[in-house]
Design a protein around this ligand. Structure first.
Ligand code: COA
Length: 167
């Protein structure tokens, strides 16, 4: 059985993340979307809320589950018996950081490999921070995040949904 983890902050999950989740879930038996409890970032959503939003978004993909973790990624991978780490590459600017991370993980645990998915072109520019900034200023974020997440993000900024009805 091939089990992979897809780690990240997911604050919040975007359509770019969902694209990677859908594609990765087709090539492994089980994919665990793994939400990092990261004390060095100040998140908009609690880990519990991020896990809940992800669960809602992946509920129709049977071989995907969602968990949170803290500490070293390779330790978490081992604890759930995963052999593969999935990451998305949006642009060349991601490459150096991702290469360094995958090589560090490789040194820490030689049994765990990283597989990279190139992000689909329509989501190549996306990041959770830009979604938050756009929402903060009242922009339409329906092209950036999955449907169940839209309202949650606006609620955080005390805004009503702002969809561009002409589109
Ligand atoms: N679509 C949209 N956005 C994407 C994306 C995609 N396909 N892929 C990455 N991003 C964005 C994220 O939204 C996030 O945006 P933000 O910075 O605006 O919030 C950004 O890219 C960073 O990505 P994320 O996936 O959240 O990674 P991270 O750098 O916060 O964390 C971990 C990566 C969790 C894998 C890493 O920190 C980790 O392994 N931590 C555990 C500690 C450890 O083991 N360290 C040793 C390894 S070197």
């Amino acid at each position: 059985m091939t089990r992979a983890i897809y780690p990240g902050s997911f604050d919040p999950v975007t359509l770019g993340h969902l694209d990677i989740i859908k594609r990765a879930s087709k090539i492994v038996d089980e994919l665990i979307v793994s939400v990092l409890r990261n004390n060095s970032k100040s998140p908009l959503f609690s880990v519990e809320k991020r896990v809940k939003m992800l669960e809602e978004v992946v509920k129709d993909i049977p071989n995907v589950k969602v968990m949170s973790f803290e500490g070293l990624l390779v330790d978490f991978a081992k604890s759930v018996d995963a052999q593969i780490i999935v990451r998305g590459l949006r642009a060349v600017t991601d490459f150096e950081y991702e290469l360094q991370m995958s090589q560090t993980n490789m040194v820490l645990d030689h049994d765990i490999d990283t597989i990279f998915f190139t992000t689909s072109l329509e989501y190549a520019y996306l990041s959770s921070s830009t979604v938050k900034e756009a929402a903060y200023y009242g922009a339409d974020i329906s092209r950036f995040v999955p449907e169940p997440v839209i309202k949650q993000v606006y609620n955080k900024f005390n805004l009503k949904e702002n969809r561009n009805e002409q589109d």
